[in-house]
Design a protein around this ligand. Sequence first.
Ligand SMILES: Cc1cc2nc3c(=O)[nH]c(=O)nc-3n(C[C@H](O)[C@H](O)[C@H](O)COP(=O)(O)OP(=O)(O)OC[C@H]3O[C@@H](n4cnc5c(N)ncnc54)[C@H](O)[C@@H]3O)c2cc1C
Length: 478
Amino acid sequence: MDVSEKTRIEETLARLKGLLGEKGAIADSAGMAPYLAEQRELYQSNARLVLRPASTREVAEAVKLCAEASIPIYPQGGNTGLVGGAVSTPDGVLLNLGRLNRVREIDPINFTITAEAGCVLADIQRAAEQADRLFPLSLGAEGSCQIGGNLSTNAGGIAVLRYGNMRELTLGLEVVLPDGRVWNGLRGLRKNNTGYDLKQLFIGGEGTLGIITAATLKLFPRPREVETAFLGLKRIEDVMQLFARARAASGDQLTGFELVPRIGIDNALKHGVNLRDPLKTRHDWYVLLEVSSSQKDSGLRGALEDLLAQAMESSLVQDGVISSSEAQRNELWRIRASLAELQGALGGSIKHDVSVPVSRVADFILKANAAVSARLPGIRPYPFGHVGDGNIHYNLSQPAGADKTVFLKRWAEFNRIVHDIVVEMGGSISAEHGIGLVKIGELEHYAQKLELELMHRIKTAFDPQGIMNPGKLLKPAP
Ligand SMILES: Cc1cc2nc3c(=O)[nH]c(=O)nc-3n(C[C@H](O)[C@H](O)[C@H](O)COP(=O)(O)OP(=O)(O)OC[C@H]3O[C@@H](n4cnc5c(N)ncnc54)[C@H](O)[C@@H]3O)c2cc1C
């Protein structure tokens, strides 16, 4: 770096501090530390400054200054992402959206909420509830992840089956482009056929095309009745048969269909606090099934009981319980939540967030279990998650008593085994967490050449300087 460039960068950093003030430009290492940590402890961020602008105008002006000095910008929301997407480098600035946290408008007749990117997901859910509406996105990190992060990773979660992921929940966006201009696409329209759907490029774009500053999101009628069942089944094939039956019988009312393996229950009972086995006997597989209706006295409970009685009669389901109180329902969901939280108690874990067509889920799990066990006898497959969407968190725990470090060194080897099966079945190597840094090599390996070429062209069209979250999702063009 020559002297003039160094001076230019120093001048820009000084102007950023002047623009954003003490609260908006953090330079001391203690103040920066929380933003530079990474959820999975796989990476350590670094940055010239942490920026925390408080308005779209401040974001735009900060981006413009950075663009003029070619300083890389790393957008960050709640920093809960699981693929290293919000990690920054020493030559760049990390731009955290946490201070853009206003709900701009709730329109109960249009069933929409317009909120800034830094709003925490749980706060959006609460704001919708106060207006007697539902914002349905729900996931484990909802107490700290932000709408902008949810949008940029196209987050999914536990109610996609009924309401869709962030792509389907979004009507409009406001985005600061990599040159500092603001695109106002904050429309609340269900119907709008006026050319390319630009917002979809930013959703799931992992901050590589621009910084989302606000969004208009869909709301729904609130559920008045919710019924939750926890069911024990013998075979994974039965789980997916049950799914097909439940979906056909309850249509739109099926809201959640989550897979829980026995290994997860054993682990939860051993290491969890105040968790108990919901069923009296042991089963190889469990399903957490939820139906809901926005009508009172909808007959939901009766329909669920009929469905389960028939499924038990035909031996599809071995045993089950329907929750009889909100407390019991929460207890069932706590078991589901404990699967990811407590897996570490079994030692090292190699993770996959994959999807296949729903009709291939059972086949995938059986094939993948056989393949990984053949490669390493004693390995403990720990598949769980949103199988009603074809999404399996296909995690692998180390063999009991094995060396954790040695096991984790085989991460890429097991990724290849599992991802080969996924791709052969027409599936995806990243169902809901994104690519970030963790899966960039896998995307290069599996994506069609033409897909990659088109993605690089889009990146160049929006960000010719390559300063917006560089090195994420796509490798920098050669
Ligand atoms: C316990 C737990 C459970 C989870 N469960 C689920 C789940 O069920 N389903 C699911 O889909 N995900 C899940 N996740 C991962 C999920 O992707 C994130 O939690 C969330 O969507 C990311 O939001 P965030 O605000 O933390 O984003 P961050 O982690 O801060 O950022 C994620 C990515 O988005 C970019 N970004 C953030 N904000 C913006 C913005 N305003 N403009 C442009 N780019 C931006 C970042 O650069 C980065 O690439 C889970 C994570 C945890 C820790």
